[in-house]
Write a protein of this length. Sequence first.
Length: 121
Amino acid sequence: MLIKHLKDCIEFIAGDGCTLRELLHPAKAELEIRYSLAHAKVPAGQKTTPHKLGTSEVYYILSGTGLMHIGREVQNVKQHCALYIPPGSTQYIENTGISDLEFLCIVDPAWKKSDEIVLGN
């Protein structure tokens, strides 16, 4: 049995500028999964850098409020929202609240640096 605690996962700044902690990744543990799972955080008043992934992604909002941008679409998001991001879509999320926006990121197949293109602001 594998149990990972968020506090034990190394925190780093992702290519899109959010704070990230990888919980599960098949390349980093002997796991029979094809997806990766990470915890992301965007501070109040900030946003991630527009980027594209070559794979599909799902965000599940744990806390906070924000605006999710996927292509030309913009939608309000808040705690307990799940959203699907199609492969190849330009995406970014902005925190419109007064506290951290925290969410889980599921990437399938598992995230690889070569699958991500950071576009800038």
